[in-house]
Design a protein around this ligand. Sequence first.
Ligand SMILES: NC(=O)c1ccc[n+]([C@@H]2O[C@H](COP(=O)([O-])OP(=O)(O)OC[C@H]3O[C@@H](n4cnc5c(N)ncnc54)[C@H](OP(=O)(O)O)[C@@H]3O)[C@@H](O)[C@H]2O)c1
Length: 278
Amino acid sequence: MDPVSIPKLFAQGADIPVIGFGSSQLGDCAEIVARALELGYRHIDTAWKYGTEEGVGKGLQLSGVPRKDVFLTTKVSHEYLRADDFARSVDQSLERLRVDCVDLLLVHWPSVDNVPLAETMGALAKAKRDGKTRHVGVANFNIAMVEESMRLCPEPLCVLQAEYHPYLRQTKVLNFCRRAGLIFMAYCPLGRGRVFQDPVLAGIAKKRGKTIAQIALRWLVQQGNIAPIPRSSNPKHMAESLQIFDFSLTEEEMNRIHALARPDGRIANPKGRAPAWD
Ligand SMILES: NC(=O)c1ccc[n+]([C@@H]2O[C@H](COP(=O)([O-])OP(=O)(O)OC[C@H]3O[C@@H](n4cnc5c(N)ncnc54)[C@H](OP(=O)(O)O)[C@@H]3O)[C@@H](O)[C@H]2O)c1
């Protein structure tokens, strides 16, 4: 099968494949990542915290896909937001990934130790100036924190990575990203599996001859400016999640999915670490 060609989103000079491949909880994932690249994924999401950087690096090498063709994202964990720790964490990530430079470096969660945001943003910008990442951004920041980061960071931010799926309303954050020129990178796009029991999504999927995963991912992508990063260890699922560019949902279908949002829909909400969400 020929690899699928995936459209891109653009922000601040970054061009990011609209569907990425999540790698949390995949353990020693070299073969899975190589398979994802073979299928056509060109955007891989990892983090120091996931313990998958080594697997992602090996997978990249195994696949034979040229480094320049893959958009590689990693993240610095909230424990390492002081400038020295930050720089060390980035160096470790690059070593584990077996690359000189990633495409996107994100602050994974806001500080819980009152590390001044200016110090972290300085360290993030320095990583870019030192050639260790091509682009920079943040994850799990609320709007006020992103605005402050944009003010403090000497380099432009191009991404906010945050949770988004049919059970979580993110209209405010999405509108903010559009206004601010940031791509919204959507994690847990399948609600970590929760969407698969949903009767509304099942009904739309059946009518369209698509799967629930394809409907949920299409709903995200069709809103514009959103890059979901589904994770899978199953090559059939991995292939399926790329087949979402040959159909559109109607406005009525989009609205029915928007209506699934519920107040307790958030999945990633670690006590003591999560900010006051918008
Ligand atoms: N920045 C952050 O703080 C943060 C937090 C959470 C996640 N993330 C990133 O976002 C990625 C995705 O989020 P997630 O891993 O939590 O959850 P997710 O992608 O919403 O859901 C993963 C689950 O969906 C299943 N699945 C995937 N594709 C499928 C398909 N086409 N059909 C049926 N089942 C399918 C997988 O099972 P199978 O393996 O059986 O396919 C897995 O159980 C992570 O891997 C990580 O890279 C970032």
